[in-house]
Design a protein around this ligand. Structure first.
Ligand SMILES: [Zn+2]
Length: 406
């Protein structure tokens, strides 16, 4: 699935109609959550049926105005939230299990259409909405060419309201595959705060400077926002400025992470990375940390995306002990965060702390891969008559040698 995004241009009154569509999408989602809480809905199918019920309810005339498949799309969103909660309960997740919440008004919000309720013009530069809100025709701005794809490949159209305008996202059913030559190299990647990452070959990539700059700007705008009076015109202006600053940082970050990830995938045959816990990341309230975390998260998403396109496995490993173990002999060498070099008293190996961690990440990824693949193999054949006589043991001396050493 590919997603292309284009900015929409329309008159203020058209945009107000899009707002109504977005509000109605949210209304459908929230109504279904409510009905689920009241035990009126017990399955996805019930949720679909409830959509039709909403549309026929004269108390909510707007529900009928939204395209019927769009109503279903929002029912699916609601059901996805409910399912996520069920899954967490089943898995006995500790702490919060994500009990579905009602969505409140937010600037960043969207309404989703499936294959009806909209129409692209012949030259594919104009998008027209044909449902009850009658938002009309919008000019599309963007660098992507929709001509390359068949109309039936467009499975969904999303209208997203952001701080700097309204965007149309097209979800296109297309599997992308790229050829890649074997490079003969595998890489482990350690994500850090001092550098964006260090790989197992010892190469470092620094955090881009625009993240720092964006952070300073956001801090300034946050202070300005807090000085304005609640409900005032100035406050909404300040909030908009802050929202735009966030958007700018996130766009540049996304662009940067995308390019970096593509380079990494193109120049290796296997990529090993730490399994970051998103849950822990969100807990962090420090701005600099949260900005860096978001960059890592994006980077990893792009790695996985390009990995599937170029046929490069991206293996995530649990980050436990990756920085403490010696990558050469496996002994634990305890160090604090401020110790920047790894010096092993057991085998004498010494390396940059992050490089050592990156090698450990690569090693445990390979181990993880070999055990999962090995299980599948032995299950398939059912029997194993490998004889280990031919194996050479480096660690244990043979009987003859032992005799000699005595
Ligand atoms: Zn060692």
């Amino acid at each position: 699935m590919l997603t292309y995004e284009m900015k929409m241009q329309g008159t203020p009154s058209q945009l107000r109609k899009l707002d109504s569509a977005i509000r109605t999408g949210r209304f459908v989602r929230n109504s279904i959550i409510r009905a689920w809480m009241d035990r009126e809905i017990k399955s996805r199918n019930d949720a679909y049926k409830y959509c039709a019920k909403l549309a026929h309810n004269i108390e909510f005339p707007w529900a009928k105005q939204l395209n019927s498949m769009s109503r279903q799309a929002h029912a699916e969103r609601a059901w996805a939230a409910i399912e996520r909660f069920y899954k967490n309960c089943k898995a006995k997740v500790v702490g919060k299990k994500g009990y579905p919440k009602f969505k409140k008004y937010q600037v960043r919000a969207s309404v989703e259409y499936k294959t009806s309720g909209w129409k692209l013009s012949e030259d594919r530069r104009y998008l027209t909405f044909t449902d009850g809100f009658q938002a009309g025709t919008f000019k599309l701005w963007g660098s992507r060419d929709l001509h390359f794809y068949q109309l039936k490949q467009i499975k969904r159209v999303r209208v997203i309201r952001k701080h700097d305008g309204y965007y149309a996202q097209f979800l296109i059913d297309h599997t992308r595959e790229e050829d890649k030559n074997l490079t003969g190299t595998q890489v482990g990647i350690d994500l850090g705060l001092n550098h964006f990452y260090t790989n197992s070959a010892g190469e470092k990539v620094d955090n881009p400077r625009f993240l720092r700059k964006g952070e300073r700007k956001i801090k300034k705008l946050q202070r300005r926002l807090s000085r304005t009076q609640k409900g005032s015109q100035n406050r909404s202006k300040a909030r908009n400025r802050l929202g735009r600053a966030y958007l700018k940082v996130s766009r540049r970050r996304n662009d940067w992470a995308c390019k970096l990830a593509q380079r990494v995938i193109q120049s290796h045959d296997l990529v090993a990375i730490e399994n970051l816990k998103v849950r822990n990341m969100i807990k962090n309230h420090k701005l600099a940390k949260s900005i860096a975390d978001a960059a890592w998260y994006k980077f990893r998403e792009w790695l996985e995306y390009f990995g599937s396109i170029y046929g490069v496995p991206v293996v995530a490993v649990e980050p436990a002990y990756t920085s403490q173990n010696c990558s050469n002999c496996g002994e634990i060498v305890v160090k604090t965060l401020s110790t920047r070099t790894h010096k092993c008293p057991h085998c004498g190996y010494s390396a940059d702390r992050d490089k050592n961690a990156a090698i450990n990440i690569l090693k445990s990824a390979l181990k993880q891969l070999s055990t999962t693949l090995g299980h599948r193999e032995s299950n398939a054949s059912g029997e194993n008559d490998l004889c280990l006589n031919g194996e050479i043991h480096k660690s244990k001396p043979t009987r003859k040698k032992r005799k000699l050493s005595q």
